[in-house]
Design a protein around this ligand. Structure first.
Ligand code: SAM
Ligand code: SF4
Length: 351
């Protein structure tokens, strides 16, 4: 008999054998956790306006986990049931030695899929490495196809390099998703050209609600483009757009446009429609475990790794905190320290 999970809308079913297995991580709301997002740096070559201020104060290097510490953490998590890893940041490709790190974690038993989220600017020299390593997918952040609007969103004139990365991944058939954060007055003109990419290319283009993590004290503006308004906008040009069944634990609501090779998605990151199926944890750039995007770090993994804790002790701490997760992003935000609420940058959390 399969046990249904306890949060409304959860699609996952977990068998009693899995519940009792030391290799399955299940949180206090009955959600299976099999996915970790690892921020390998908080540094970035862009300055996206929704993510950080122009003058960003980055963490001192000694506060960032070494690659050896990250590898050890992933081995421990793999032994507990984590199967999917997403490498994120900051911009992962600004960290020297990333390719070798990917190579090493590719050999960790239990890790089945490695994904990367990148702005693409520094990615082109690594295209062949990503293909050779069998990277399961890249999420490319690209907010505009227009050079001027791209500059306004990122404060850098790097669109040509991102396009090279995009075309290089398509040519090599590296599974590709394009993430577009929508901002009133900045890139709404891009909604239809971005969605149109899916006609010619087998890529998923996902529009993301802006979330309050821009690293400034102005992080709490009213959301102007929520998922409903984004869908309305898409319907104006694509009246035949239709809903697809979403894969389990998908953060995106997925749609197809007849005749298009790829699909379109909407990620309600601000409205938080997907918490009921959340299967992920984060190790942020400070080396803290975050059990919710909207919460604070709950466990100083860096400190544990550096103070001589054994793998079993580290694993026990992970289990403890995964057993105390907030029900959803709203509850996590409430618990969050007031001072951090408006000044966190997504580059530290990793998205
Ligand atoms: N630098 C890489 C990149 O941009 O793809 C990886 C890190 S970035 C923090 C991860 C994702 O978070 C990107 O897709 C980015 O668009 C998204 N993001 C950053 N700040 C955001 C915000 N305030 N609201 C919504 N998404 C945001
Ligand atoms: Fe850098 Fe990614 Fe943040 Fe943009 S969203 S500033 S590319 S970390």
């Amino acid at each position: 008999m399969k046990r249904r999970n306890t949060i409304d809308g959860l699609q996952q079913a977990i068998s009693p054998q899995e519940v009792n297995s030391p290799n399955t991580l299940i949180d206090n709301w009955g959600r299976r956790i099999d996915y970790v997002r690892l921020a390998v740096t908080d540094r970035c070559n862009l300055r996206c306006i929704y993510c950080m201020p122009e003058k960003m104060r980055f963490l001192p290097r000694k506060e960032i986990l070494t690659f050896e510490e990250m590898e050890r953490t992933l081995r421990i998590l793999a032994g507990m049931g984590i199967q999917k890893v997403r490498i994120t940041g900051g911009e992962p490709f600004v960290r020297r030695g990333l390719s070798e790190f990917l190579e090493r974690i590719n050999n960790i038993s239990g890790i089945e899929r490695i994904h990367i989220t990148s702005n693409g600017v520094l990615l082109p020299p690594y295209l062949d490495d990503l293909k050779r390593l069998g990277i399961a997918g890249v999420n490319l952040s690209l907010d505009s196809l227009d050079r001027e609007r791209f500059y306004k969103m990122t404060r850098r004139d790097d669109l040509p390099d991102v396009m090279t990365a995009m075309e290089g991944m398509i040519a090599r058939e590296i599974p590709l998703k394009i993430n577009v954060v929508l901002m009133e007055g900045k890139n709404i003109e891009d909604v239809i050209p971005m969605a149109a990419l899916t006609r010619k290319y087998p890529v998923d283009v996902r529009f993301i609600e802006e979330m309050p993590f821009n690293g400034t004290d102005n992080g709490k503006q009213r959301l102007r483009w929520d998922y409903k308004r984004i869908l309305e906008k898409l319907k104006e040009s694509y009246p035949d757009i239709y809903k697809l069944e979403d894969p389990p634990a998908s953060t995106a609501m997925n749609y197809a446009i007849p005749g298009h090779l790829g699909n379109v998605g909407i990620i309600a990151g601000f409205s938080r429609t997907f918490c009921g199926t959340c299967n992920r944890i984060r190790i942020n750039a400070r080396g803290m475990l975050q059990t919710c995007l909207y919460g604070d770090g709950v466990l100083d993994v860096r400190e544990l790794l550096r103070n001589g804790s054994s793998d079993e002790e580290v694993a026990d701490f992970f289990r403890l905190h995964i057993g105390q997760r907030a029900k959803d992003g709203w509850a996590a935000e409430k618990q969050r320290l007031k001072v951090r609420e408006v000044s966190t940058s997504m580059s530290t959390i990793g998205g």
